[in-house]
Design a protein around this ligand. Structure first.
Ligand code: FAD
Length: 378
């Protein structure tokens, strides 16, 4: 059983503690799922998470706001049980984040579908020539009678190929760079939207390269105002970056659990590995990294939930620290397993592959360092 003492911290209300307990029970009965067919697994997970009521928390329909502590608690718990379950949950939130924060009444109708698990969401920002440098995006949205025509490419799009609805960012040209981008709601069934290839990664999940060949969207597809796309994307990332840290935290907690079980049963020199002081030192470092990550993740989430309009610095610190720390913790868990640590099929081997992309997407680690430094230098 993982350490849950953090739930007594003052960042949480009782509703969070009750939710964590209920989700733990749900995970124990439902996860992990069969992942031999990743697309089918993700479709199934979205449906299961919807039926279980968990996806309710991934979208704000108007009267309610996104509760970042809840998003983080759910991601941490799901990640500890099943990385693909965390992925499926997270993408419903990230994909629809712009709609939750800035969407019109009509656009919000999609939320009843994604929150129920009846529609799968995607977030299409990255392009072949612009990942970290969002301001260099070149996909275009040209205004035409009654709407917009989109052209260009998007790549590394999670849920690409299985999504029903994307929020997509394209250049509308109000100004050069970041101030000339806009955000749109784009159904996957839009004529001209093509999934040109799927991308295989070390921890498999649905990922695709998309081509926009004159995709026609109605006027009402525009989220917010023309030229607000960059601001919208950064506001969405402010909410979801701490949750990436939370997922990393879940992976790290699982790695520590696996390591603790291993070192107390594996014997060397006639005694359990855990009797060795050097092993104990590593366990202490892992626990320290985990608690420090949890403090930063839930500090960021709490700050947002208390009404801070932007939490760029707190979110960057949470994502940077928790993902880098989880990589260290998981690497040590692999090490403490010896040869078994790199055997395909063991939990720590999967975690070792699973954690890597979190240090890259939604802003690579060095991009988080730049954000933190900017907040210091003004
Ligand atoms: C598994 C996975 C899932 C993804 N899902 C999505 C998705 O759903 N939607 C989406 O839009 N995108 C998605 N992405 C794309 C992801 O957000 C980008 O890969 C990421 O932003 C980095 O962009 P890039 O790959 O173009 O790398 P680059 O921008 O080329 O950066 C490469 C490296 O250069 C360094 N670097 C870049 N800029 C700076 C800087 N300013 N200061 C210091 N160092 C810097 C960093 O070390 C960085 O890792 C996903 C990526 C992966 C791997």
């Amino acid at each position: 059983m993982s350490d849950t003492s953090f739930l007594t911290w003052p960042f949480f209300d009782n509703r969070h503690r009750e939710l964590a307990e209920a989700l733990e029970a749900w995970c124990a009965g439902s996860l992990p799922v069969d992942q031999r067919d990743v697309d089918a697994a993700c479709r199934g997970l979205v449906a299961m998470l919807g039926a279980g009521g968990w996806l309710r928390h991934t979208g704000a329909t108007g009267a309610e706001r996104l509760d970042v502590r809840t998003l983080c608690l759910i991601r941490e718990t799901l990640a500890r049980h099943d990385g693909l379950a965390d992925f499926s949950f997270a993408m419903q939130g990230l994909g629809m984040g712009a709609v939750s924060l800035f969407g019109s009444g009509v656009q919000r109708e999609w939320l009843s579908e994604t929150r129920a698990g009846r529609a799968i969401a995607g977030f299409a920002l990255t392009e072949p020539g612009s990942g970290s440098d969002v301001a260099a995006s070149t996909a275009t949205a040209a205004r035409v009678q009654g709407g917009w025509i989109l052209d260009g490419e998007k790549t590394y799009i999670s849920n690409g190929g299985i999504a029903d609805i994307y929020v997509i960012f394209a250049r509308t040209g109000e100004a050069a760079g970041a101030k000339g981008l806009s955000a749109f709601v784009m159904p996957a069934a839009s004529p001209g939207l093509e999934v040109v290839s799927r991308i295989d990664v070390i921890a498999p999940h649905p990922l695709a390269h998309l081509q926009l060949n004159g995709v026609h969207l109605p006027e009402a597809a525009l989220i917010g105002q023309p030229g607000e796309g960059f601001k919208i994307a950064m506001s969405v990332l402010d909410v979801f970056r701490p949750t990436v840290g939370a997922a990393a935290l879940g992976f790290a907690r699982r790695a520590l659990d696996e390591a603790l079980a291993r070192v107390q049963t594996r014997r060397v020199q006639g005694a359990p590995l855990s009797d060795l002081q050097m092993v104990q030192g590593h366990l202490a470092d892992m626990a320290l990294d985990i608690d420090a990550s949890a403090l930063l993740v839930y500090r960021a989430a709490w700050t947002k939930d208390m009404g801070a309009p932007r939490i760029s610095r707190e979110a960057a610190m949470a994502k940077l620290y928790a993902t880098e720390a989880a990589q260290r913790v998981i690497d040590m868990a692999v090490q403490l397993h010896g040869g078994d640590g790199v055997r395909v099929g063991l939990a720590v081997e999967a975690l070792y592959r699973e954690i890597r992309a979190l240090r890259i997407y939604e802003g690579a680690s060095d991009v988080q360092r730049v954000i933190i430094a900017k907040s210091l230098l003004g």
